[in-house]
Design a binder for this molecule. Structure first.
Ligand SMILES: C/C(=C\Cc1cc(O)c2ccccc2c1O)CCC[C@H](C)CCC[C@H](C)CCCC(C)C
Ligand code: SAM
Length: 239
């Protein structure tokens, strides 16, 4: 991506405020801008997390609840899902969506920092993190927290953007973000917020680097699965 003023790395407060601001249009823009494909990518992450009926599972950086609600369907009425995020406007939408789906009994929504999760160690049977890792100000610390809260042998499935290895795909991704995504956001008065995506993808570790970071955080196994021609990817790390 070309360098621009958007490229200064934001601090945690900036990121939290950004996601609070975009909360009212976040789901709608994701759906329209990905032609609904983001739901497929999110379901794949849930599947790779190993979540099963009756499990106690966690969705970190849950936002408006997309992955947490997929987890809630998967774990069923005997399971429990915790969604954690530090943007309260996002959590409010997640809680309302859970209520609309009749999932209030099996879900809880916790305002929390992914870098210091308020949960016991060795607690969760599986976890997901969708489009959150790239937004953390300390990725190694975020991975260490994921490792800490999982039970031994349990898996984390971490979905996010990814820089394609193919030059053509990389150019398409840049074109799409600059030409389709940002102008769409501009129509909602959110140009700056969505212009942040491109530079954040540039700064994000590759799948190969994510695997090494996961192993350094203590995970015994880590695999990265590219999706959408390498424009997205899922890191599956086992404790
Ligand atoms: C669910 C998706 C993105 C979530 C997301 C993540 C962030 O870090 C943000 C930061 C700031 C503002 C918004 C977000 C944000 O929404 C992925 C789907 C939505 C994307 C905006 C669309 C981008 C799609 C790919 C670059 C290209 C896909 C092309 C294909 C033909 C659909
Ligand atoms: C792009 S959204 C992803 C939301 C949801 N997982 C999804 O896939 O649609 C990123 C979310 O991560 C949250 N986030 C970023 N950094 C965080 C942190 N340090 N602690 C908790 N949440 C954080 C933001 O508030 C935002 O809701």
């Amino acid at each position: 991506m070309a360098q621009s003023p958007h490229d200064a790395k934001p601090n945690a407060n900036d990121i939290r405020d950004l996601f609070d601001r975009i909360a009212p249009v976040y789901d709608e823009l994701n759906q329209s801008l990905s032609f609904g494909l983001h739901r497929i990518w999110k379901q794949m992450a849930v599947d790779w997390s190993g979540a099963q009926p009756g499990m106690n599972v966690l969705d970190v950086c849950c936002g408006s609840g997309d992955l947490a609600l997929l987890l809630a369907r998967q774990v069923g009425s005997q399971g429990q899902v915790t969604g954690a995020d530090f943007a309260v406007a996002q959590l409010a939408i997640a809680a309302q969506r859970a209520a609309d789906k009749g999932y209030s009994q099996r879900t809880q929504w916790v305002e929390a920092d992914a870098l210091s999760l308020p949960f016991k160690s060795d607690c969760y049977d599986a976890l997901t993190m969708g489009y959150g890792l790239r937004n953390l100000t300390d990725i190694p610390q975020g991975l260490r927290e994921l490792h800490r809260v999982l039970k031994p042998g349990a898996k984390a499935a971490v979905l996010d953007f990814h820089q394609p290895s193919s030059e053509l795909a990389k150019r398409f991704q840049q074109w799409y973000l600059d030409t389709i995504v940002v102008p769409a956001a501009e129509r909602c008065g959110l140009t700056e917020e969505y212009a942040y995506i491109g530079p954040s993808v540039d700064r994000f570790p590759s799948g190969h680097e994510q695997r090494h970071l996961a192993q350094a955080a203590g995970f015994s196994k880590a695999i990265h699965y590219p999706l959408a021609g390498g424009m997205m990817g899922v890191l599956v790390a086992q404790k």
